[in-house]
Design a protein around this ligand. Sequence first.
Ligand SMILES: CC(C)(COP(=O)(O)OP(=O)(O)OC[C@H]1O[C@@H](n2cnc3c(N)ncnc32)[C@H](O)[C@@H]1OP(=O)(O)O)[C@@H](O)C(=O)NCCC(=O)NCCS
Length: 132
Amino acid sequence: MGDSEAYEPYFALVACGKEALFGYAVPTWGDLDGAPALGVGPIAVDPGIQGHGVGAALIEELFRRAKRRGEWVVVLLGEPAYYSSFGFAPASRFGIVAHPTWGDFFQACALGDEAEVPSGTYTYAEPFASLG
Ligand SMILES: CC(C)(COP(=O)(O)OP(=O)(O)OC[C@H]1O[C@@H](n2cnc3c(N)ncnc32)[C@H](O)[C@@H]1OP(=O)(O)O)[C@@H](O)C(=O)NCCC(=O)NCCS
């Protein structure tokens, strides 16, 4: 992944203690109708420490960084019951489409004014081309 142009270290986050890594979030640049847009994932937390806010901390830090860089939207493929608490909603609500079988699992979160979120077809970065 580090060799991919879609990878940007600024957005790649790890949660760690003194001796162990507890979790990570590695967004990549996908394509939203010709413009770069961040796709989150993989994101994962060590099963031994899940449910203690590590996932939330990773997502919130990612949002902070993306806003700082002037991003309008972040997309992901994941469990709506979890991600809706961070403001994610079905991407179709923003007119963003990807694979037809993903349904409401393909989600988007507006980082500012929802009206400014561009619509279109989202394509994940090449390393995730097999998704779907
Ligand atoms: C999803 C994941 C990253 C969340 O990390 P986490 O550190 O456990 O999350 P938090 O501690 O911030 O939040 C925990 C809350 O989310 C809920 N939650 C976690 N996974 C959930 C899921 N798949 N669906 C619904 N709720 C979920 C927990 O029940 C908990 O709720 P509570 O606070 O009311 O008890 C973690 O569970 C994980 O690594 N899962 C396996 C990998 C995965 O599915 N990654 C996402 C797809 S790329």
